[in-house]
Design a protein around this ligand. Sequence first.
Ligand code: NAD
Length: 287
Amino acid sequence: WITEFVHTNEDGVPVRDTVATGRYAERFGGQLVLVTGAGSGIGRATAFAFAEAGARVVAVDRDAEGAARTAEMSRLIGSPDAWAETVDVSDEQAMEKLAEKVAGEYGVVDVLVNNAGIGLSGSFFDTTPEDWKKVLDANLWGVIHGCRLFGKQMADRGQGGHIVNTASAAAYQPSKALPAYSTSKAAVLMLSECLRAELAGQGIGVSAICPGFVNTNITSTAHFAGVDATEEKRRQKRAARLYGLRNYPPEKVADAILRAVVRNQAVVPVTPEARGARLMARFTPRA
Ligand code: NAD
């Protein structure tokens, strides 16, 4: 279900890329899907998968070039309409403007994917208040703004819809190496469950997606390097031994996101180690 397609890059050189395809062909035909953090990794793969399934896609990212590229490639994949919007999701006013623009120009969003996020490693006492603010602003406030603004439009329209929030296995797996990141994701998980209860009567589903380790920029760049990188590596090695951790591609997370919408799933651990950790979290007393 991962298909290769060929497109040309900025220099006109043909390159191969992949898209999660087939399973939901035409399932989202004509629906408006807004994905944040769509300029790279899981968000980009998700935009592609929705485009492939016939949706109109709004690719939002603070990285203008990344968002534009995702929109362009979504059109190539077959989305009748795909647009890019450059917005920092933690900026309340910018998000309000985006919500107004999207409603005015493209319509009410049918599926919202609050996926933008940043990583940060460092022990609790190495994490400065500025670090906390940066992570909570992007990972938690970005999701709050998205849910408030676009969720309200969905509710007011009265025709249902779906919100997907990208949490993480870190939301329920304590780690010495990632206190701020894990806290932000635990908050996203709880927010999603509360909102799911509130919106259930209005035909609006809310899903929290919890991937473990996925091969993207967030895991391969400096975000997760730093003082506790060795601890994080050790954890990954342990997970690899326990759950057969592999290079998990973002396309598989995208597939899980589309499935969560179709099946209206509440909490979705995605990678094998994320599923294992969710099970363990229920039965293991915490140290
Ligand atoms: P990524 O770095 O490839 O993509 C994240 C995208 O979000 C980037 O394009 C970035 O520019 C954008 N972004 C970050 N902050 C933003 C902001 N304030 N406003 C707008 N855009 C912003 O990483 P990814 O792995 O694709 O991450 C996507 C989501 O998945 C994140 O929320 C991340 O925490 C979560 N996640 C990732 C993993 C993993 O192992 N990769 C595991 C669990 C959860």
